[in-house]
Design a protein. Structure first.
Length: 181
């Protein structure tokens, strides 16, 4: 299975890079993309990361799932950003898996994908999902093909939900066992 991981300037390091590493450990193919103007992004804590592709250079139809990490960039661009919202809408129309963590679910909320859905997110982010069912007590949860998590401290639970949904619970448990979770 092939997935996209969307990276932007000021993305939260752990939500992006740990998620990528764990999904790869589980045997999933992960391609990083950005909608920034260059393939280098600077994370929230100052790490320069070169993504695999600029978003314009890939065919999203070739991918089975998408992951949207959070970070302070979300608050900086959420109201004028349309690329990530269009991307998740495209995946939703094809009934593909959409996973978002921390403030990342705000894109899903503004795209209308969390209407009537159960979700979790970084505290305060729920304002963009007024028609959904917010569960602040949950670290991660899945409702249909949408997986959400509340923040950097929930990366392992987030990845567990993704791997369970895509590859099965046996594979997800094996991943946690292999990293001594």
């Amino acid at each position: 299975m092939k997935g996209l991981l969307v990276l932007s300037h000021h993305v939260e390091d752990g939500e992006a890079l740990t998620t990528r590493a764990l999904l790869k450990r589980a045997g999933l193919q992960i391609t990083t993309i950005t909608y920034e103007k260059t393939p280098e992004i600077t994370t929230a804590f100052g790490l320069t990361v070169k993504v695999d592709y600029l978003a314009k250079d890939i065919n999203v139809q070739d991918f089975d799932f998408v992951v949207i990490p959070g970070g302070r960039y979300v608050g900086m661009i959420i109201d004028q950003e349309h690329n990530i919202k269009d991307l998740v809408k495209s995946f939703a129309k094809q009934n593909k898996v959409i996973a978002a963590i921390c403030a990342g679910p705000r894109f899903l909320g503004q795209a209308g994908l969390l209407d009537g859905k159960h979700f979790t997110a970084y505290s305060g982010s729920e304002k963009d999902m007024p028609k959904g069912y917010y569960h602040p007590e949950k670290k991660a949860l899945r409702d249909g093909n949408i997986i959400t998590a509340r923040g950097a401290g929930a990366v392992y639970e987030f990845v567990y939900e993704i791997v369970t949904h895509l590859l099965g619970e046996t594979q997800a448990k094996a991943l946690l066992t292999n990293i001594l979770y």
